[in-house]
Design a protein around this ligand. Structure first.
Ligand code: PAF
Length: 282
């Protein structure tokens, strides 16, 4: 049975009754097959699964989609039920921020100064602030985050380490449509034509992977990704294509790396990334 709780008091009571390990999956709702994979991963590793559903106003910029972000609680609860979640915490804004917007926010540090952080100032302050609050409220042993939001996953991991939050942060691989498009709650904004154009992101990543598999160096991998993006996306506006090391530090020359892309497709901003293994330098 899946129990829905809306207040901190209800959550504290229901969380207190759970014995054994608790895995949390934090979401903003509009659950899709990518979230289902997170829930399954949590189910496999933890005795109990706790899902949070909260569209966090702190992480939306003034011109972003906070108002039109899909809110589908009834459907989301059904997904949680089917996945065998024990508890769903779905607070409203006042419950989460009873004193209004917090005056103190988590500073995400230098790692947030690039990639998403450049295009979305304040985004990671908002994300890490709500994630830290949700860690305190839900007290999980394990927390599951999708690799699709790779910078978010990296920063949450870093925050848990740097702030001694007693939780294991687990990254879960991205789920894709058969044609390569990474699943995202924002895909529902795309028209049929935009959905087709959005394939430029995964095409760029695939081209980068193939170039790395052929033993090409970082510059050539990035160039291959750029070429594939431009070929597939005449009407898509590229924000960034970047190659970093696994911890998002710039400029890997060999070994495990991450290729990341962000682009605007019509009015919708999409991101994606993949692991790359760069050949050792000769
Ligand atoms: O990835 C998301 O859905 C959100 O950024 C999160 C982690 C739930 C925080 O609001």
């Amino acid at each position: 049975m899946t129990e829905l709780v809306r207040t901190r008091e209800e959550l504290a009571k229901a969380r207190g009754a759970l014995t054994g390990t608790v895995g949390v999956v934090m979401t903003m709702g509009a659950l899709h097959a990518g979230h289902e994979t997170l829930l399954r991963a949590a189910r496999e590793r933890a005795d109990h699964v706790l899902v949070t559903i909260f569209v966090n106003p702190l992480q939306f910029g003034p011109n972003e989609d906070f108002d039109r972000y899909p809110r589908t609680l009834a459907d989301d609860l059904e997904v949680c039920r089917q996945a065998g979640a024990d508890l769903v915490f779905a607070p409203d804004r006042d419950e989460m921020y009873p004193d209004g917007e917090p005056r103190v926010r988590v500073d995400p540090g230098v790692l947030a100064g690039d990639l998403e952080g450049l295009s979305r100032p304040g985004f990671f302050h908002g994300v890490l602030t709500v994630v830290l609050k949700l860690f305190q409220l839900t007290r999980p042993d394990l927390a599951f985050f999708g690799e699709k939001d790779y910078q978010q996953l990296t920063l949450v991991r870093r925050m848990a380490r740097d702030f001694d939050v007693p939780v294991e942060v687990v990254g879960v691989p991205t789920v894709r449509e058969p044609d390569g498009l990474a699943l995202s709650s924002r895909n529902r904004y795309l028209s049929a034509r935009e959905r087709q154009s959005a394939l430029a992101l995964s095409a760029a990543l695939r081209a980068g992977e193939e170039a790395a598999d052929r033993g090409l160096d970082a510059g050539a991998v990035l160039a291959a990704a750029h070429r594939a993006f431009a070929a597939d996306a005449p009407e898509v506006e590229l924000d960034y294509l970047a190659l970093t090391d696994e911890e998002l530090e710039p400029g890997p020359v060999a070994g495990p790396a991450r290729l990341l892309v962000a682009a605007r497709v019509g009015a919708t901003r999409l991101i994606d990334n993949t692991a790359i293994q760069l050949a050792p330098r000769s």
